[in-house]
Design a protein around this ligand. Structure first.
Ligand code: GDD
Ligand code: MN
Length: 371
């Protein structure tokens, strides 16, 4: 009986903490004002950096998408940084640029592939001096026509350091349903946290930074392999707001191997939650704010919580083998929910990805990846 109680307690913490957190954010924060001085007329110079590795198929569509933004074209520059693509991506970029001479485009070509973050750091050194805002965006992320303008308006307030958007999958493909379910819970939490202060998890599909803060960090840190959550959280630790906004949605096709990608992203997030706070302290930029509480909860949810589920399940399995009726009933309930309730299935899968990712981090950090 004692072991059954332990298993139930572990499961209760595992599911209870994120659920209570979700309800709290939804009820108390989601619809609060931003407490940010937004100015729709704020239009500084923006550099849009696009990292590419073998993106010949989508790159023109991506450049068109930026070209169609309703932002003053003379205040935008595009920097494409390509890392030795073998499919003719740079040629396509040069060709597109010749056809669109009214938009400034710089193409940087690295002789070897060192990974996305090193490529972005190289690109950062090559943005125009007048630039106030730097946007990092993946080739497979598409903005609505007013997207850039809506994002930039938040930077009118000096205390905003980083802005990311909601993202939704673009078309029907494998994994789409799962991705949608995940995004719903996810977006409520991200926006709720952003209203309080900042969210520790940002979407690399598209993220905008205040350039002078990136410079203060000495560029993007390379220990996590991501270009989004880590620099954004460092800015939040510096006392700036690093937010996910709710009025722009970026579309992203789910492409490549869904599971591999989820595990890689989880690996980057785990490294992020292990090292980023310490990194901010070592840099001497750390300030104590409400972001600390958010950080602690999310660090718990990413580093410890998945293991509570695994421990509880293992215990129930062992007890079932020893013919405990309570354990058998609880496991059956879990299996029924897995089969019948999609959000539950998505949640459990994400816990597995996090657990696999922690183990995988022991031998590879996935700084360079295949699609
Ligand atoms: N220059 C360069 N060099 N670009 C690269 C490299 C590289 O070695 N590897 C990938 N890229 C480019 C891709 O061409 C794409 O435009 C972008 O980086 C993102 O890569 P994807 O392959 O589309 O992966 P993703 O969407 O799953 O990547 C996301 O996850 C990362 C964290 O794991 C991105 O949104 C990242 O921003 C995020 O940090
Ligand atoms: Mn992508």
């Amino acid at each position: 009986m004692l072991l059954e109680l332990v298993a139930v307690a572990l499961a209760t913490i595992h599911f209870g903490v994120p659920l209570v957190y979700y309800w709290y954010l939804k009820a108390r924060w989601l619809n609060k004002p931003w407490n940010i001085e937004v100015d729709p007329n704020y239009k500084p110079e923006v550099s849009i950096i696009i990292p590419t590795y073998n993106e010949a198929e989508l790159i023109e569509k991506k450049l068109d998408n930026i070209y169609e933004q309703d932002y003053p074209r003379d205040r935008v520059e595009i920097v494409v940084v390509d890392s030795a693509s073998t499919d003719g991506t740079p040629e396509k970029v040069r060709d597109w640029s010749r056809r669109h001479p009214d938009l400034r485009l710089v193409l940087l070509e690295e002789p070897i592939r060192r990974g996305m973050v090193p490529a972005l750091n190289y690109a950062l050194k090559n943005v125009s001096s007048g630039t106030g805002i730097v946007v990092f965006t993946d080739v497979d992320a598409f903005l609505p026509r007013d997207g850039l303008r809506q994002i930039v308006k938040y930077f009118a307030d000096e205390k905003v350091g980083a802005v990311t958007t909601c993202i939704y999958p673009l078309e029907k493909s494998d994994g789409r349903d799962l991705e949608e379910t995940y995004r719903d819970y996810y977006n409520v939490v991200r926006i709720g946290e952003s209203k309080i202060h900042s969210t520790p998890i940002h979407n690399g599909a598209l993220i905008a930074f205040r350039k002078k803060l990136l410079e203060a960090l000495g560029g993007l840190p390379t220990y996590t392999g991501n270009d989004d959550s880590t620099p954004a959280s460092l800015m939040a630790f510096m006392g700036y707001r690093a937010i996910q906004i709710d009025d722009v949605v970026v579309c992203e096709p789910v492409r490549g191997n869904y599971m591999k990608r989820k595990i890689r992203r989880a690996q980057h997030l785990i490294l992020h939650f292990i090292y980023t706070k310490r990194y901010a302290k070592n840099l001497g930029v750390y300030q104590r704010t409400d972001f600390d509480k958010i950080w602690r909860i999310e660090a718990f949810l990413h580093l410890a919580n998945p293991w509570l589920l695994l421990a509880s399940t293992a215990l129930l399995l062992a007890l079932s083998i020893m013919k405990s009726l309570i354990a058998i009933a609880l496991l059956s309930l879990g299996i029924a929910m897995l089969l019948l309730y999609k959000p539950f299935r998505t949640w459990i899968l994400n816990q597995l990805y996090l657990a696999i990712a922690s183990i995988r981090n022991l031998w590879t950090k996935e700084i360079i990846w295949s699609k």
